[in-house]
Design a protein around this ligand. Structure first.
Ligand code: PLP
Length: 416
């Protein structure tokens, strides 16, 4: 065992500050990274990797991107936080609103989980109802109410997914199957106690599984009829699949939108927003309490702005096109090598599923061969390609990836 891993495990619970980093899903020891530059990561032995994890999607323009780094450095000189109102917050809010017309007002948090938590409380406060509905395989951070999974594909009352979550709380969460229109319609025959439905419109936490259009359309219609709020969790898909997120691609307007990852330019951040009428229920104007010592901190705000202010529809066209071309070549190699694997993607998000067909929900995702993934992961690592260390996570391409990195990756694919 490496000294670094031994020391980490001595001082940090399980050696990690977030479980997937421990490589439990792929075996072996996690790689300690030391620095990043553009599309590359460098480990503590100076080995270089093409990075497709990109801080779980938070890095859109590449590591240590120049303008972002400059903004962070200049702000750090002026002070890292004051615990007061600042114009940096307003400036980033404006950038977000430009891309998301459904957001009239928003509030920043320090993580995606916090944004989720706050949005649930807000939805419950506004509707005065208790039940929340989520979909199997969608991840919304580690807040108690949503760390709940379903039985085998049937609508069930949730049972907790983690120790430490009271069953009484989990019982207020209903878990439905993703992309299952029939189940959705049957649930809404009696949804009087439902405060909100939360969904990843393009799921990224069971690998990439886009929602079917008619599924999201029905969800929009049914929630409206039932007086429940529709929450789009775009923590991954926001500023990733396109300028206006998944809601722009599908042309569907949610009541609340959750953002995170990309909007912090690689620094800790989250945000939730929607109609002013809903958002004004938050304290101090309303009765729903929500707060944060470092919420909207200047460093995250200026880093986020350095990234968002340079984005455009043209940027995404280029990014998505180059990702598409790369993935077509990758799929062709898989075909020639007769591998039972499919690639599913949305913009610059993609997953390799080791199964015969593109999955449409969590139970079909689970059909993929995780042993094959483990082998694939370690081969790629050896060849200097870093992908997320789990078969059920999404890979990403950044604006800094070029033909050169794609070629290197495809060569590794050919050797595997
Ligand atoms: C990452 C993620 C979250 C949680 O964000 P954190 O910053 O890790 O707390 C919530 N929802 C989705 C869809 C995510 O991908």
């Amino acid at each position: 065992m490496s000294r670094a891993w031994k020391e980490a495990q001595k001082h940090i619970a399980g050696g990690v500050n977030s479980p997937v980093r421990a490589f439990k899903a792929v075996g072996g020891e996690p790689v300690f990274m030391e620095r990043g530059r553009g599309p590359y990561l460098f480990d503590h032995h100076k080995k270089r990797y093409v990075d497709y994890c990109l801080s779980w999607g938070a890095i859109l323009l590449g590591h240590a991107e120049e303008a972002t780094t400059r903004a962070i450095r200049e702000q750090a000189r002026k002070g890292t936080g004051f615990g007061t109102v600042t114009e940096y917050e307003t400036a980033l809010a404006r950038e977000i609103k430009k891309a998301f017309p459904s957001i009239e007002q928003l509030r920043f948090t320090s993580s995606g989980t916090e944004a989720v938590m706050s949005a649930l409380r807000l939805a419950r406060g506004v509707t005065r109802r208790k039940r929340v509905v989520k979909f199997e395989g969608c991840y919304h951070g580690h807040t108690d109410s949503l760390l709940v999974k379903a039985g085998s594909g049937l609508a069930t009352f949730g049972s907790p997914d983690s120790a430490g979550i009271p069953e009484e709380l989990a019982a207020l969460t209903t878990v439905l199957e993703y992309n299952n229109l029939e189940q959705l319609e049957s649930f809404f025959k009696n949804a009087k106690d439902t405060a909100c439905v939360i969904v990843e419109p393009i799921a990224g936490n069971m690998g990439v599984v886009p929602a079917r259009e008619e599924f999201l359309k029905s969800l929009r219609k049914k929630t409206k009829q039932a007086g429940a709020l529709l929450i789009f969790d775009e923590v991954i898909s926001g500023f990733r699949v396109g300028y206006g997120g998944a809601q722009e691609l599908y042309g569907i307007t949610p009541d609340l939108t959750l953002l995170g990852k990309v909007i912090g330019g690689g620094l800790p951040v989250g945000a939730f927003g929607g109609k002013k009428e809903i958002m004004s229920a938050l304290s101090p104007t309303g009765k729903v309490y929500q707060a944060g010592t470092l919420s909207g901190n200047p460093i995250s705000m200026v880093a986020g702005r350095a990234v968002l202010s340079r984005l455009s529809r043209e940027f995404y066209r280029t990014l998505n096109q180059k990702t598409g071309a790369f993935l077509r070549q990758a799929q062709e190699i898989l075909r020639m090598k007769k591998k039972s694997a499919v690639i599913q993607s949305a913009g610059s998000m993609f997953s390799l599923f080791f199964c015969g067909q593109k999955p449409v929900n969590f139970s079909t995702v689970l059909k993929s061969d995780t042993k094959e993934f483990k082998k694939f992961f370690h081969k790629m690592l050896k060849y200097g390609i870093y992908t997320p260390p789990s078969a059920y996570e999404t890979s990403f391409v950044s604006g800094a990836h070029t033909e050169h990195e794609f070629e290197k990756t495809l060569k590794a694919f050919e050797k595997w």
